[in-house]
Design a binder for this molecule. Structure first.
Ligand code: 4AD
Ligand code: MG
Length: 477
């Protein structure tokens, strides 16, 4: 097809009356003269001015919201407010018509809930345009960050034959029929007949495979989709989400925390510095949303302030045990404001995490050394016999952004822990071999990509930062 100039480039071009060709979708057409044209390359549209005298009325009636068009004209300085340049059209051509009676997107404000029902079209709205351009920028920045530090991008499998991670409920992968599945003589399903000859699932994490990579390349990371069949319908959970999992050999928990903090700050900086226009749009959207909320629930900081604040402050680092003491001494605890109990050994609920981050420290917090009973088998055991070298990074408004640990690299300790938890050691020999043949201290973490995008874009619901969200009872499109 004919070469076009993207709107993003047009808006930055010096207007000297030069001839340009633009293609995109009509947002609105006013006074038989002004077309607001978006092509998704940037938040702003370009204004196209047509001459009503020469515009064929049949063509004018086809310039409806949502129609795709080609415009050829001269790029000139715009006399109107709000834009620097505009296209004086010489030719306007409709490429794809859009029936206004049936098109659900109108040039007005739609609720995020409504847009979720038309996820295939919501990508065309200003809000989702900004969200997904930032999501893209974050993904690129993640690869750049690790590449600059010499990490190898390791592709961990999506279908897994191991279910020992215990990070969440798994989705089964099978080609067996439901009506007459092959049975073992004792009665259970005979998975030897299944595609892989054994039970398989969608992965909940690429960590165990990443650990093997780290034992060969030193520093690796995975960045791929992960799946959890938890039945949690919250604003922070998806059944299919993307996770970034770095894993580093010759590294302890300190080094792990340093890397995670550096990564998060680098990513926030990238968006602040390189995506100001999208951020400004989302910031305005958020302030408007905040104004609809009761005074007491409003956030004192705007979106960019919140991002700057995370950049400018060192994350607070403390142990789980210290956090429990702070919670027990808090006014919220004394006034019985927490719904869930707090005592040493409990898993912290998001109300506790939010208290620590949003009220007590007022900045991101890294909690370490959790009780071993609430963490995975692979975390390095501390000498106290009660805690492990775990870390969770908690963010304002989001809660847990990162979960990670130093790993148990000592074979005897790891095997003993697996025994205690009744994990199948024979099936995990491939993993245990990393501790048998040249083991070393190593550490890593998982960063939930959508939670990161949520934080950076200020979107309240995680469903609004992934193009096609999968949640309980919802897998449309
Ligand atoms: O804390 P999690 O379960 O840690 C792991 O999976 C480890 N294997 C990571 C590692 O050490 N390599 O998950 C890591 C992060 C969480 O902190 C959260 O940000 C995100 O993944 N996450 C989810 N995001 C969206 N929807 C869900 N259902 C999520 N569950 C976890
Ligand atoms: Mg976790």
């Amino acid at each position: 097809m004919e070469q076009r100039i993207k709107v993003r480039e047009l808006l930055e071009t010096e207007p000297r009356g030069q001839e340009v060709v633009a293609m995109g979708w009509v947002r609105s057409f006013r006074n038989d003269q002004f077309i607001v044209l978006h092509d998704g390359s940037c938040p702003g549209p370009v204004q196209v001015v047509v001459d009503p005298a020469t515009l064929d009325p049949a063509m004018a009636s086809r310039l409806t919201t949502g129609a795709s068009i080609r415009v050829m004209g001269n790029l000139v300085p715009s006399p109107g407010k709000g834009q620097r340049v505009e296209i004086r059209a010489k030719e306007v051509e409709v490429i794809g018509d859009c029936d206004p009676a049936r098109y659900p997107l109108q040039p007005k404000k739609h609720s995020l809930e409504f847009l979720r029902e038309i996820a295939h079209l919501r990508l065309r709205t200003n809000t989702f345009g900004s969200v997904f351009r930032i999501r893209h920028a974050l993904a690129i920045a993640i690869h750049r960050f690790f590449d600059q530090r010499g990490f190898i991008y390791l592709h961990s499998p999506i279908i897994t034959g191991s279910d020992a991670e215990g990070a969440g409920e798994m989705f089964r992968v099978t080609t067996l029929g439901f009506d007459h599945p092959p049975r073992k003589p004792e009665g259970g399903i005979d998975f030897r007949e299944d595609f892989f000859g054994k039970p398989t699932h969608l992965t909940v994490s690429g960590q165990l495979e990443a650990e093997l990579g780290a034992m060969a390349f030193g520093d690796v990371y995975t960045f791929g989709p992960t799946f959890r069949a938890e039945n949690s319908n919250t604003a922070r959970h998806l059944a299919e989400f993307w996770m970034i999992e770095p894993e580093m050999a010759f590294c302890d928990l300190e080094g792990n925390m340093d890397l995670a903090e550096a990564l998060l700050k680098d990513l926030i900086r990238t968006v602040l510095e390189g995506h100001a226009a999208d951020l400004e749009f989302l910031s305005g959207r958020l302030s408007e949303e905040e104004r609809q909320r009761p005074m007491v629930e409003r956030s004192p900081m705007g979106l960019t302030e919140k991002l700057r604040f995370c950049l400018d402050n060192a994350f607070e680092r403390l142990t789980y045990t210290e956090a429990i003491s702070i919670l027990i001494a808090s006014p919220d605890f004394k006034k019985k404001k927490f719904r869930y109990p707090v005592s040493w050994g409990v898993d912290l609920q998001s109300e506790h995490e939010r208290y620590l981050v949003e009220q007590h420290f007022r900045k991101p917090v890294i909690l370490t050394d959790y009780p071993k009973s609430i963490k995975a088998f692979y975390m390095r055991q501390n000498e106290d016999g009660k805690t492990v070298r775990a870390m969770d990074i908690l963010f304002p408004g989001i809660g847990e952004m990162v979960g990670g640990s130093q790993r148990e690299e000592r074979l005897d300790r790891l095997e003993a822990r697996m025994e205690e938890l009744h994990l199948p050691r024979e099936e995990m020999n491939w993993y245990l071999d990393s501790r048998r043949f040249g083991t070393c201290p190593h550490a890593g973490f998982g960063l939930g990509f959508e939670r990161l995008v949520q934080f950076v874009t200020g979107m309240g619901n995680i469903r609004d930062v992934i193009p096609f969200p999968r949640t309980p009872k919802n897998a449309s499109f």
